[in-house]
Design a protein around this ligand. Structure first.
Ligand code: SAM
Ligand code: SF4
Length: 331
């Protein structure tokens, strides 16, 4: 009989994001600072440690959803094995990837039990891709999105929308939902250590809907109660799109997510400023259950205790951010 992980605001947590590596083969400006340092191999959770911790979350605490992320999960040599381990836990399993090397791993991932994949793409312009990610790769990523769809995976495409960078491409991404049964998610640009965030660079949820609505009429879809995204569909198009409005309309009230970094630190919020070192305790042979329960109980009501992302609180938000950039938290 599992014992649900409940925080002091009565939210029950069912979803765990596990970062399996902090390195990446891209260096997106909004995610990775230029001088990013990476963990040493021995600091990362091993495949066995990931399986042990994940099993505890599933069997003891009733976690039903696991998403593997990073850094770039597919740069880890045993990524497919880890996917297989997670699939065997019987959870709803997802993987978030930049898809740079997805073609090489796709057969293995599907055979390992992966059915659903989130792929990040912020532009359809190859030169702009290079500016945003500091690497070449548009053709590869684009081809791999089409390949994943052709192989029958459920595909979500994540686009971080930044004013003056790629906000002029929203309609091109919406058109993907006309051509494919794909779910496109527009993500408001969020503040993390070293990503040059500014409130003025956030292309907002309401601006996005206004922009799309000036060309297409779309309907609201029913959202899953714990969804971070507000979903829509252009009438009669096979795909759907959604907006993740963390900055202008946070959805913390029904958040059921917990996170584990690649070095085994547990975080109860994307914006948490404290974390619990599960891996060191596990390596010392200690029971990590009490640490997990205390971490969840301490979860803040909103945004990890940061002030709301209003223009007047911008300095405060930037000052209070955790030391971690997104690449080492795991999105
Ligand atoms: N490398 C993989 C990828 O890019 O999909 C997985 C890790 S990445 C950190 C996970 C997600 O976080 C990606 O969809 C990425 O676009 C998103 N992300 C990173 N930094 C962000 C930011 N500052 N604001 C909003 N989303 C961000
Ligand atoms: Fe790498 Fe993903 Fe971060 Fe881009 S968003 S730097 S691909 S981890």
């Amino acid at each position: 009989m599992s014992q649900p992980l409940t925080d002091s605001h009565h939210r029950v947590h069912r979803s765990l994001r596990i970062s399996i590596v902090d390195k990446c083969d891209l260096r997106c400006t909004y995610c990775m600072p230029e001088d990013q340092h990476f963990l040493k191999r021995e600091e990362l959770m091993t495949r066995e440690e990931i399986a042990t911790i994940a099993k505890l979350f599933v069997e003891r605490y009733g976690i039903t959803k696991i998403r593997l992320t990073g850094g770039e999960p597919l740069v880890r040599p045993d990524a497919v094995d880890i996917v297989r381990d997670m699939a065997q836990l019987g959870v709803s399993l997802g993987l978030t990837t930049n898809a740079m090397t997805l073609d090489k791993h796709l057969d293995g991932l599907i055979a390992a039990g992966l059915k659903s994949i989130n792929i990040s793409l912020d532009t359809f312009d190859a030169q702009r891709f290079k500016t945003i990610t500091r690497r070449d790769g548009f053709d590869k990523v684009h081809a791999n999105i089409l390949l994943a769809l052709a192989r029958g995976l459920r595909v979500k495409v994540n686009m971080v929308v930044m004013r003056g960078v790629n906000d002029d491409e929203l309609l091109r991404f919406v058109e993907l939902t006309r051509d494919h049964d794909v779910h496109v998610r527009f993500i408001e640009f969020m503040p993390f250590a070293g990503n040059h965030w500014g409130r003025e660079r956030v292309y907002t949820f309401s601006e996005m809907l206004g922009h799309i609505g000036s060309v297409h009429s779309f309907e609201k879809l029913t959202d899953d109660p714990h969804s971070t995204a507000k979903a829509y569909r252009v009438a009669d198009w096979p795909g759907t799109f959604a907006v993740i409005s963390t900055v202008t309309e946070p959805f913390c009230g029904n958040c059921d997510r917990l996170r584990l970094t690649a070095e085994g630190k547990m975080r109860n919020c994307l914006f948490a400023r404290t974390e619990t070192d599960l891996l060191s305790a596990l390596r010392r042979g200690e029971d990590i259950a009490t640490l997990i329960e205390a971490n969840v109980l301490a979860k803040h009501a909103m945004l990890g205790g940061l002030p709301p992302f209003k223009p007047e609180s911008q300095e405060e938000v930037l000052h209070d951010l955790s030391e971690r950039p997104m690449v080492s938290i795991g999105g």
